[in-house]
Design a protein around this ligand. Structure first.
Ligand code: 13P
Length: 341
């Protein structure tokens, strides 16, 4: 019998563990590989992800689930084993990004609506058969004095809710990700503006989830933190943590089992410090952990550099960062632990 949604969500939210977002689209992973001067091919993408998923310490002790891009879900490791099987063998849950991207929204200049609902029911059946037990859909909301508009928040929240309903029908836990961008255009907004926008976005998102009969117990929220724009960064760790928790407590029902943040362009250390500060302010009604892409991978990518002889160094860098994030998920990370490992 299929595992229940609540059981999958509970495994994803195992105490002290979090999610690795390794679901960069082909265009995005190319940008990441460009930073180390590596050509993005099907094989180099496979080699890189195989390195991450076979980093024993990270995967066994600190990572409860991995978000994959479709190509990776159906890809095999160099020894012929499916990459998804390596993730399962390490004790983590494989997941899949199912949206087809944020597209310009008609009549809403500067805003996007995330697409991918057409044909999603059939794709989910295929992904479930390949081992995926959770999925992700990301909406992207730029911030300015006037954006995001109510219309864009509403359209994106509605699509998130329709996606979440289809996932639950298929026995897949939906990660609902309404990202309020910190590095969008113009990117100079205050933390107060971020708080306002994040609160409205989450409020509308949970209204739409209720309208579409989505079970809160069988989903995970992946929000951005309340933080000032990348070009105007000045808020302290404490302020980011306090404002983020205030908004989450106002808007996220306690029935939601877990909240797993995206890093959104924060440095690895900022993302770790913020998560730790929030968990140190507990107890909280939900598990609060990480679902980082860049904040988990940047150091591993650099240490690897695309060279087979650096695979062990890449795994070590990934394990170290995953360990720091795990400490943050327990509210126990301190800056001086960064050097110790
Ligand atoms: P970042 O942590 O790099 O923002 O990526 C997480 C993610 O999955 C964004 O959709």
């Amino acid at each position: 019998m299929s595992e229940r949604l609540e059981e999958i969500a509970a495994r994803m939210m195992t105490a002290g563990k979090g999610l690795l977002a390794a679901d960069e689209s082909t265009a995005t992973i190319k940008k990441r590989f460009d930073t180390i001067g590596l050509e993005s091919t099907e094989t180099s993408r496979r080699d890189y992800r195989q390195m991450l998923f076979s980093a024993e310490e990270a995967m066994r002790d600190f990572i409860s689930g991995v978000i994959l891009y479709e190509e990776t879900l159906f890809q095999k490791a160099s020894d012929g084993r499916p990459l998804a099987e390596i993730i399962v063998a390490a004790g983590a849950v494989p997941g899949i990004k199912v949206d087809t991207g944020a597209k310009p929204m008609a009549l809403f200049p500067g805003e996007t609506v995330t697409e991918g609902l057409d044909g999603l029911r059939d794709r989910l059946t295929k992904y479930h058969a390949a081992g995926a037990r959770f999925a992700k859909w990301r909406a992207a909301l730029p911030v300015s004095d006037t954006l995001p508009s109510f219309g864009a928040i509403k359209a994106n929240a509605h699509a998130l809710a329709r996606y979440a309903a289809l996932c639950q029908e298929a026995g897949i836990v939906p990660i609902v990700e309404p990202e309020v961008l910190m590095d969008g255009v113009p990117g100079n907004h205050s933390i107060k503006r971020s708080e306002e926008v994040t609160e409205e976005t989450l409020r509308i998102t949970f209204e739409e989830l209720a309208d579409q009969r989505v079970s809160l117990e069988g989903m995970i929220l992946k929000p951005s933190m309340v933080i000032d724009g990348k070009k105007a960064r000045k808020a302290s760790v404490q302020e980011v943590a306090e404002r983020t928790l205030r908004v989450l407590k106002r808007t996220v029902p306690a029935a939601v089992p877990g909240i797993a943040f995206l890093s959104g362009g924060q440095t690895t250390e900022e993302a770790t410090a913020h998560l730790s500060a929030m968990n140190a302010m507990g107890p909280l009604p939900w598990t609060l952990t990480f679902s980082y892409g860049r904040a988990l991978q940047t150091e591993a990518l650099e240490a690897w550099g695309g060279r087979p002889e650096n695979i062990a160094a890449g795994k070590r860098a990934f394990s170290h960062r995953a360990k720091m994030c795990s400490l943050a998920a327990r509210g126990q990370w301190k800056k001086d632990m960064e050097k110790a490992a």
